[in-house]
Design a protein around this ligand. Structure first.
Ligand SMILES: [Zn+2]
Length: 117
């Protein structure tokens, strides 16, 4: 990172702020990828802790996605879009057995037919 010495207001603009608390490292990395793809610098906090502890099950740790304060508004807009897409993914009906499956399932829970996009 560059050294910026001109004013204290600039310093505060370059502080990290948490914009998302992910359920796990996988989700945190998805968010990070989305934000980076929009040209916003981004980091994940809590990942190191997770590795150091080791004994704690994956699901129980919390990982924060952070951006600079000055980018917070933009990053939150990306998150809103992400959450809308996540929620709007439709449930699907298995073409093999007609069973109803939630959008998060890639395979039919009943007969294990692969979801057909
Ligand atoms: Zn099925």
């Amino acid at each position: 990172m560059q050294n910026i010495n001109n004013s204290s207001s600039t310093d505060s603009a370059f502080q990290w702020v948490t914009i998302y608390k992910a359920e796990n490292t996988l989700e945190a990395n998805i968010i990070k990828g989305l934000i980076l793809a929009s040209g916003i610098e981004c980091k994940i906090a809590g990942e190191m802790l997770q590795g150091a502890i080791g004994e704690i099950p994956f699901e129980q740790t919390q990982v924060s996605v952070q951006v600079y304060v000055i980018k917070e508004r933009h990053a939150r807009q990306i998150l809103v879009n992400y959450q809308q897409v996540k929620q709007s993914a439709p449930d699907w009906v298995c073409p093999n057995c007609n069973e109803h499956n939630g959008s998060t399932f890639d395979f039919c829970w009943s007969c294990e037919t692969l979801k057909n996009d």
